[in-house]
Write a protein that binds this ligand. Structure first.
Ligand code: PGA
Length: 268
């Protein structure tokens, strides 16, 4: 099966769920989606660090991919407050999210740090999910494409073709994320995802570049999920608020899965 034949869908639970909340959430989500063949879907949850150990004991890798919201690039050292790849390996997680908009804008992370994290995550056997996206001001100044290309070219510096097999990208326009976010239209998201895909092909060659999953995130909900997933360049959905209730998340998944399959046939 080709990499892009499956639907990529997941949630970052930000700083909301406790250990108990996360255990309940992942077990419920697994139960509610157990009818969907995992060969056809890459389902992932990215909860807070403190919940990962218990979450991993609650669901297996085969049932659900688990990710960390951040990671230090070094294995150990004088990095107070950081979590290393070795520590995450100990827990047995699958994925590391890097450069979420809140990390970049509240905690001042730069492409330089995101780049070190992407390389370290992949070298330690994790899938790296690099998030990119322009701010409202950048969009208004007409430089969204340039910003996305800079974030990709700097964030993926020295990432090789072989490493790109463990890379996913999430396009999350900053103005579309969170309680004050305005969702991007499906057309706008599709257009920017095309810019990202072109840049990935420049970086890794047509074949490898075009196989990297590019997900859309930012105010995805039950209303807009179907039109987003029907777009050619949207390989999956990365959802915040609308996915934090397992029933609602499962409803979205069950709604988009058949549409995704139809779309795959249409664009084959
Ligand atoms: P949202 O969050 O769906 O609540 O807008 C998206 C994100 O921050 O990844």
């Amino acid at each position: 099966m080709e990499r892009l034949d499956k639907l990529y869908i997941g949630t970052n639970t930000k700083m909301y769920k406790t250990i108990k909340d996360t255990e309940e959430f992942v077990s419920k989500l697994y139960e509610l989606t157990a009818d969907i063949n995992r060969e056809e879907m890459e389902l992932f949850v990215i909860p807070s660090f403190t919940t990962l150990n218990n979450a991993r004991k609650t669901v297996s890798k085969e049932q659900l991919m688990l990710g960390a919201q951040n990671m230090c690039w070094e294995e150990q050292g004088q990095y107070t407050g950081e979590i290393s790849p070795i520590m995450l390996q100990e827990i047995g997680i699958d994925l590391v999210m890097i450069g979420h908009s809140e990390r970049r804008h509240i905690f001042c992370e730069r492409d330089l740090e995101e780049n070190k994290k992407v390389i370290s995550a992949i070298e330690h056997g994790f899938t790296a999910l690099l998030c990119v996206g322009e701010t409202e001001e950048q969009k208004e100044n007409g430089i969204s494409d340039e910003i996305l290309r800079v974030q990709l070219k700097c964030g993926l510096k020295n990432v090789t073709k072989a490493m790109a097999e463990k890379l996913w990208i999430a396009y999350e326009p900053v103005w579309a994320i969170g309680v004050n976010g305005k969702p991007a239209s499906a057309e706008y998201a599709n257009e920017k995802q095309a810019v990202i895909k072109r840049c990935l092909m420049e970086l890794f060659g047509e074949e490898s570049g075009s196989e990297i999953p590019v997900l859309y995130g930012g105010s995805v909900n039950n209303q807009n999920a179907p039109e987003l997933i029907e777009k050619e360049n949207i390989d999956g959905l990365f959802i915040g608020r609308s996915a934090w209730n397992a029933e609602n998340f499962s409803n979205i998944i069950h709604m988009v899965m058949p549409l995704f399959k139809e779309r795959k046939i249409k664009y084959k």
